[in-house]
Ligand binder design. Structure first.
Ligand code: HEC
Ligand code: HEC
Ligand code: HEC
Ligand code: HEC
Ligand code: HEC
Ligand code: HEC
Ligand code: HEC
Ligand code: HEC
Ligand code: HEC
Length: 339
């Protein structure tokens, strides 16, 4: 008989296929012994002599976990129920490993346990906090394969995974029912490891991250992306023009190809210059252009009279359509971005 493989088997198989990559990546930058994938897997199987007892058994016997259990019940994880069995698809033991040994010595009477100070023996669970990071992430990846969570497709090659950042460095699962990182708390969470971005965002000109009108994930994909710096989209221009559509063009008169990368002139998180500019005017423009003079009373016998060198000016006072223009201005029908 040709039996159809169970979905869980397929998911597991998919996860296992990703493992060699994960293990290989993890050791590229780190000077630590190369472990085979099987070793990481073994670390997360848990005690082979322990049995699964179910969330109710765990929780009813250890009432100090009431808040955790209550939050969990209201979380996306806790709400997952296997329709055919009515049992939860995700329960405490999905992540912590089988629990029978941990509660072996505890009686059903909570008061009695308290009195005798008998506690759940947490050393019998997976040592979840002390596993190597790739093994920690495997606990999650066994369910969150690229097939079930597309945003994780590039996880193994991401700069976070390669630098030993794991799933629950960012996802604080027991802080409340929220399993996803909320937009409210995201910046603070990221700043924990990227303090320089907080400093940049506190500058005068900035994207409204600190006002919480935007979040890091509007521009970044923390799980891995095909662009450098974990950026969303295929190019910087594509990313920026999702919101700044008026800068997208095409224009009859393009600014060379410089607007293909908005970062030629702008910095994303914050700047001491107006309009998130990399450098103050006119220095920004003078990186690529020579300054020039304009006006009627300019050249007398070959020397400038009464003409202020224009690099004292904001170039965009005149070249106001700096991102491109459809109107030819100046001599020779050029589009010098005057209007
Ligand atoms: C989706 C995976 C997952 C599930 C499901 C899960 N936990 Fe956890 N738990 C973790 C992780 C990861 C940690 C350690 C990191 C942390 O504290 O965020 C942890 C830590 C803990 C801790 C230690 C907290 C501390 O501060 O030391 C307790 C207690 C706990 N879990 C109980 C439970 C109980 C009870 C359930 C079921 C109601 C449960 N967990 C379900 C992933 C999970
Ligand atoms: C036993 C399977 C299983 C394990 C193990 C598991 N998850 Fe999940 N997780 C799910 C399912 C099922 C969902 C709900 C469907 C979905 O969003 O993909 C989910 C949803 C989520 C969500 C989305 C919540 C939301 O509000 O949309 C996050 C975040 C998450 N899991 C993180 C984790 C992390 C981090 C770990 C490892 C500590 C983990 N999960 C381990 C099965 C699992
Ligand atoms: C650097 C921080 C960071 C790490 C590491 C991280 N996540 Fe996330 N994750 C986030 C953020 C932020 C979001 C919220 C995305 C949003 O709101 O669009 C998220 C969202 C999710 C979601 C919700 C579904 C989705 O695609 O938006 C799941 C599931 C998830 N993460 C699982 C994982 C798993 C599993 C790992 C480890 C393999 C992991 N995450 C590692 C930051 C992280
Ligand atoms: C408006 C889009 C945008 C937002 C919002 C954003 N970033 Fe960035 N980020 C970028 C771009 C673009 C780069 C690449 C910069 C470059 O090429 O110099 C970058 C680069 C980075 C880098 C690499 C170091 C560096 O400065 O070049 C880090 C770390 C980073 N961002 C973290 C964050 C964090 C944390 C948040 C949220 C608090 C955030 N970013 C919000 C667009 C954004
Ligand atoms: C546990 C620490 C940690 C957390 C939390 C964290 N990161 Fe990172 N992040 C790192 C490390 C380590 C690197 C790689 C080394 C580096 O470039 O700083 C990195 C790299 C990056 C880069 C690429 C930097 C580059 O130069 O290309 C970006 C972008 C980034 N993180 C954004 C985020 C965002 C957005 C969040 C929040 C959703 C976040 N990080 C949360 C540790 C963290
Ligand atoms: C998710 C939407 C979004 C994305 C993506 C985005 N921006 Fe913005 N941008 C905004 C918002 C919102 C503001 C603030 C507008 C306001 O305050 O009126 C802003 C403001 C600006 C400003 C003016 C800042 C000032 O001081 O007045 C510049 C310049 C800018 N963005 C450039 C960029 C560049 C370059 C990128 C790509 C790296 C980018 N933006 C990506 C939403 C976005
Ligand atoms: C050649 C340099 C240069 C490039 C490249 C560039 N900008 Fe600008 N941008 C400027 C200057 C200069 C200003 C300020 C204009 C002013 O002072 O009137 C500005 C202002 C802005 C503003 C705020 C004012 C407004 O007009 O809304 C946004 C938003 C913006 N740019 C987005 C972008 C985006 C998106 C890209 C990439 C497609 C980009 N810029 C590429 C030079 C540039
Ligand atoms: C990264 C380099 C770079 C920066 C910075 C830059 N430009 Fe340009 N600019 C170019 C290139 C390349 C061209 C196209 C040259 C050509 O076609 O001969 C150009 C063309 C122009 C033109 C002529 C357009 C035409 O139709 O002939 C003007 C005017 C101009 N830039 C003004 C500015 C101003 C003002 C700034 C500062 C806000 C600036 N540029 C910043 C590279 C730059
Ligand atoms: C007082 C208004 C004014 C200011 C300020 C100004 N320009 Fe111009 N610029 C013009 C005019 C008008 C033209 C068209 C000249 C023509 O084609 O006859 C022009 C032309 C140009 C050209 C195209 C030259 C060519 O030969 O194709 C460039 C490049 C340029 N300006 C760069 C700059 C830079 C860089 C600054 C700042 C340092 C600047 N401009 C400041 C008015 C100005």
């Amino acid at each position: 008989m040709n039996e159809k493989p169970k979905t869980s088997t397929v998911l597991l198989a998919a996860a296992v296929c990703l493992l060699p990559l994960l293990a290989a990546c993890a050791v590229i930058k780190q000077d630590r012994p190369l472990l085979s994938v099987r070793e990481y897997e073994r670390m997360i199987v848990g005690r082979l002599d322990a049995e699964y007892v179910g969330t109710d058994n765990c929780v009813s016997k250890c009432h100090q976990h009431e808040k955790i259990a209550d939050d969990f019940k209201h979380s996306v994880h806790g709400e997952q129920i296997k329709p055919e069995t009515g049992l939860p698809l995700v329960n405490c033991e999905s992540c912590h490993g089988p629990g029978s040994l941990a509660i072996e010595n505890i009686s059903d009477d909570v008061a009695q346990n308290d009195e005798k100070k008998v506690k759940c023996d947490t050393s019998k669970f997976l040592d979840i906090k002390n596993l190597p990071t790739p093994a920690q992430s495997l606990i999650c990846l066994k369910c969150h394969s690229a097939a079930s969570t597309p945003s994780l497709a590039l996880w193994n090659a991401s700069i976070h995974a390669l630098n030993d950042v794991g799933c629950f460095d960012c996802h604080k699962l027991h802080k409340g029912p929220q399993q996803k990182v909320s937009r409210e708390q995201m910046a603070e969470m990221c700043y924990g490891c990227h303090p320089e971005i907080r400093a940049e965002n506190s500058l005068f000109s900035h994207h409204p991250l600190r006002e919480k009108k935007m979040a890091c994930v509007d521009c970044h994909e923390p799980h891995g992306s095909t662009q450098s710096h974990l950026l969303k989209g295929n190019t910087v221009k594509e990313l920026c023009t999702r919101c700044h559509m008026d800068k997208q063009g095409p224009f009859a008169f393009e600014h060379g190809d410089v607007t293909e990368n908005c970062a030629n002139c702008h910095t994303p998180h914050g700047s001491i210059n107006n309009n998130l500019l990399n450098a103050a005017m006119p220095f920004l423009c003078l990186q690529c252009h020579a300054g020039h003079v304009v006006g009627s009373d300019l050249a007398v016998n070959g020397t400038s009279v009464n003409a202020t060198p224009l690099f004292n000016n904001r170039c965009t006072d005149c070249h106001s359509q700096i991102h491109g223009s459809d109107v030819p201005t100046g001599t020779e029908k050029k589009g010098v971005f005057l209007k």
